[in-house]
Design a protein. Structure first.
Length: 246
């Protein structure tokens, strides 16, 4: 069986390809795309049996790209957002995976695809309700409560230049301070506005409003200059694509 993967986050597309290779070695990943236009073209020309499509991609959405799929192509939408869940199932999706996708959840998706089974209408509705419940998120975090000695400091997240992982804690760096937050970076990540705070390294989240420029050296490494901090922020290769146009 042939499959394509379309996700504008390169490291997530590569990770999904790697994990599918372990869970389903016989499945041929014939193309990995990074925008909706390329995905639509591949669906029409390659005619894969299965398509894993991110919903929000440059060019056009995964939902729009899915219209180019053949009638027997099984669609799996992969996204961090719930607001397209209804449309996804209207496209007769086999499944709808929420980022970050756990190993157990991906295994169940693979089993469903291998059985060539589709959701029955009642089961589809139940699954949709479950997805919406799982993805109902509170408002992004606006304030941090940080223990400083015997006091608790209230810090607006807008004042944060970047967050740096510090084992089980997180270092919060502002214009004039370095504070220790007793929350792991991975837990903080899901509470912050993803449009304001970008992950640029496994252990680093940067306030986009603080980014002045991105420097690309001769080896392809990327570093960021921030408005209110003197140090350069290293960007890992997995996230370098975020700064291609800068």
């Amino acid at each position: 069986m042939k499959a394509i993967i379309a996700d504008d986050e390169l490291h997530l597309a590569d990770d999904l390809q790697r994990r599918l290779g372990k869970l389903w070695p016989e499945l041929q990943i014939v193309a990995v795309l990074h925008d909706g236009v390329a995905a639509a073209k591949a669906l029409g020309e390659i005619k894969p049996d299965i398509a894993f499509l991110d919903i929000r991609m440059p060019g056009q959405s995964g939902l729009d790209a899915a219209r180019s799929a053949t009638a027997d192509c099984r669609l799996v939408f992969v996204t961090a957002f719930d607001d397209h869940a209804v449309q996804a199932f209207e496209q007769a999706a086999v499944d709808y995976l929420l980022k970050p996708v756990s190993e157990e959840r991906l295994q169940r998706c693979v089993e469903r695809l291998q059985q060539r089974s589709m959701f029955a209408p009642d089961a589809m509705l139940a699954r949709l309700q479950q997805l919406l419940a799982e993805q109902s998120k509170p408002e992004p975090l606006h304030w941090l409560r940080i223990q400083v000695g015997q006091n608790v400091r209230m810090l607006a997240v807008d004042e944060v230049c970047y967050f740096q992982s510090a084992d089980k804690y997180t270092t919060v760096l502002t214009r004039d301070a370095e504070l220790l937050l007793r929350t792991p970076l991975k837990d903080l990540l899901v509470q912050l506005d993803p449009d304001q705070f970008w992950q640029v390294h496994r252990g680093t989240l940067v306030n986009v409003k603080q980014i002045v420029s991105a420097h690309h050296d001769l080896l392809g490494k990327v570093s960021l200059t921030l408005r209110d901090r003197p140090e350069k922020i290293a960007v890992s290769r997995s996230y370098a694509h975020l700064f291609r146009q800068m």
